[in-house]
Design a protein around this ligand. Structure first.
Ligand SMILES: [Zn+2]
Length: 152
């Protein structure tokens, strides 16, 4: 599985702090926690994250945008299990991982507010990608040659 430099750095930082210390990042809003705040983060399978799933209308609107926009927009895409249909999620794709022990179900971490609003209260968190707060990630839009040049 291809990992980005950000994910690699996060993992290396986590390893340098020891197995019990890590630097979680919320897949819904992107906010990172200090190791002392890590207990507020929860790891969840995508099957519990329907609130972060694109509606058909949102999917159509995204696909109508120029490809350059689609490349930098934060979207996690997966093939629906047992189907050829694609599901789109308002999540940072760099922060979604496969869980080897749960039938390869994808999972991600959510910060306290994104868990409470999104999962517990079933509403899109105010400062989440699902609510339109997406800074995008520029290096997603770069060609391989541009990536090598900028070292990302
Ligand atoms: Zn969050």
């Amino acid at each position: 599985m291809f990992i980005t430099k950000d994910v690699w750095l996060n993992r290396m930082y986590g390893k340098s702090l020891g197995a019990l210390k890590r630097l979680p990042a919320c897949a819904a809003c992107g906010i990172r926690a200090l190791p002392s705040d890590a207990s507020q983060y929860r790891k969840l399978g995508l099957k519990l994250l329907d609130i972060y799933k694109f509606s058909e209308n949102e999917k159509m609107q995204l696909l109508e945008k120029p490809i350059e926009y689609q490349k930098v927009k934060s979207v996690y895409k997966r093939k629906k299990h047992g189907s050829e249909e694609w599901e789109y999620f308002h999540l940072y794709p760099e922060l979604v991982e496969l869980n080897d022990q749960a039938d390869e179900e994808e999972e991600c971490e959510l910060c306290g507010p994104c868990w409470k609003d999104g999962v517990s209260d079933q509403k899109r968190p105010k400062y989440s990608i699902a609510n339109g707060v997406d800074n995008g990630v520029l290096h997603r839009g770069l060609s391989d040659q541009q990536r090598r040049h900028f070292g990302s």
